[in-house]
Design a binder for this molecule. Structure first.
Ligand SMILES: *[C@@H]1O[C@H](CO)[C@@H](O)[C@H](O)[C@H]1NC(C)=O
Length: 145
């Protein structure tokens, strides 16, 4: 009888221990000289790692994120819970949701994606695309490209 009462507590303690162990994987003090060299190009911007120490590339949209040692979302994104119960997981989502129309006449799934494409374009010295409007690019006039 006593055992049934104790079980939940035992499980909680185990979970707790796991959390503590994970947190311990962060250096007590951030020593930047022990970080891997900072990434050159990050399409989704740079971010501090989950320990708040080393500079890493931000995770892209739809990428798993969160937790100790987990990925940190890039610029303009947040780590959001998706799905229900056991299927739930945390993924990076663009804070500003909805498609946008770029100055190149292309419709982008999100402003985060447009920014990422710009970051890549920059490495190729291509001109950046700006946001013309929220929503899809309207096929203005007859010119459908
Ligand atoms: C940081 O790490 C470097 C290389 O391991 C070491 O030489 C240095 O003493 C460390 N600094 C601190 C403040 O711990």
């Amino acid at each position: 009888m006593k055992l049934t009462y104790c079980m939940p507590f035992a499980l909680l303690t185990l979970a707790h221990a796991g959390l503590l162990l994970k947190r311990d994987s962060c250096q007590r003090q951030c020593n930047l000289s022990q970080c891997p060299s900072a990434p050159q190009a990050c399409y989704y911007g740079r971010a501090k790692d989950s320990c708040g120490c080393c500079v890493v590339c931000g995770a892209s949209e739809g990428e798993k994120c969160g937790g100790a040692g987990g990925a940190v979302c890039g610029d303009g994104m947040r780590c959001e819970r998706r799905g229900v119960e056991e299927k739930a997981r945390f993924v990076c989502v663009c804070q500003s949701n909805g498609v946008v129309c770029g100055s190149d006449g292309r419709t982008y799934p999100s402003v985060c994606r447009l920014r990422a494409e710009n970051a890549r374009a920059k490495t190729e010295n291509a001109a950046p695309v700006t946001v013309l409007q929220r929503g899809e690019c309207h096929a203005s006039g007859e010119g459908k490209t």
